[in-house]
Write a protein of this length. Structure first.
Length: 292
């Protein structure tokens, strides 16, 4: 079993120049903000998920690889290694997610992490995969009032096409956590509807994008899912104080924590950054093999 992490450092001057050239605007969105917590994600995987054999870090260019990374242990994958050239450069995570199954030598069972989800207590392989199926809770929805929900609906629509099902007025949404995936099933779906998916690939996010949900939805409709929750504590910075999030890191009630970024003023951002780093450094003080 492998793990795949997509990562972006929005302060990288090379990345900022590429972004400005491609989009004709500055990269100011919180979407590209790096909290500096990637070492703790890697430490959490090593300490609490010892069944993970390899970890792949997906980045746009060499300048995006943090200087502290041990590249003998952490497998670096560049966008051009997996994404067709006509879709590069891209600054759209949903486009990147459509091509993760193309990572060379990736195991069939792999777990996809955004860099906002962290293991903070022991996990088992069965939290993610059982009998060749993925473990994932799905909920059903009818309204798509924002871009995220519209992408979720689009992913469901595409998955239904791949599974030879008729359109529906409702759509499913996977649980917001790290995502167990099956490479061979992702490849099979792409063989079926890759042309449709590629039609909506874009440099920046749009409501027409499908994301990685298309692959988990396809597994759901193919009866290759176990509809159980992956044990995750979800903390939005819009609702949770820095102290409260830190407490969930230090005294976890669930083995995974997902910390959702939001727009905030600089003072709160620095308070949040300090508290998160202090909590993670206390919970996971030892360097992992992925660090120099």
């Amino acid at each position: 079993m492998d793990a795949v992490i997509t990562y972006v450092d929005g302060l990288d001057p090379v990345w900022q120049r590429q972004y400005a050239e491609a989009t004709h605007r500055p990269a100011l969105s919180k979407r590209y903000r790096d909290w500096g917590l990637l070492p703790y994600l890697l430490r959490g995987i090593e300490q609490f998920m010892p069944f993970v054999e390899r970890v792949f870090l997906v980045v746009s260019t060499k300048s995006q690889v943090p200087s502290w990374v041990n590249e003998e242990q952490l497998k670096i994958v560049y966008h051009h290694d997996i994404i067709p050239s006509q879709f590069l450069p891209t600054f759209n995570s949903t486009t990147i997610e459509l091509f993760l199954h193309r990572i060379p030598d990736l195991s069939n069972e792999f777990i996809y992490f955004n860099d906002d989800c962290f293991p903070v207590a022991p996990l088992q392989p069965t939290n993610f995969f059982t009998d060749g199926k993925i473990v994932m809770h799905f909920s059903r929805h009818y309204l798509a009032l924002n871009m995220y929900k519209k992408q979720t609906r689009q992913s469901d629509h595409m998955a239904r096409i791949g599974a030879n099902l008729k359109p529906a007025c409702s759509f499913i949404r996977p649980q917001h956590t790290c995502t167990p995936m099956l490479r061979t099933e992702s490849e099979a779906l792409y063989q079926k509807i890759g042309t449709l998916l590629e039609q909506n690939c874009s440099v920046l996010r749009t409501k027409l994008n499908a994301n990685q949900y298309v692959f988990t939805d396809y597994l759901y409709y193919s009866r290759k899912t176990i509809n159980e929750r992956i044990p995750t504590k979800h903390c939005s910075m819009a609702v949770y104080s820095p102290e409260r999030i830190a407490n969930h890191i230090l005294h976890p009630t669930r083995p995974l924590i997902c910390i959702n970024d939001v727009s905030m003023n600089k003072q709160k951002q620095e308070q949040m950054r300090l508290k998160l780093h202090q909590a993670f450094a206390t919970r996971l003080p030892a360097k992992s093999r992925f660090e120099k």
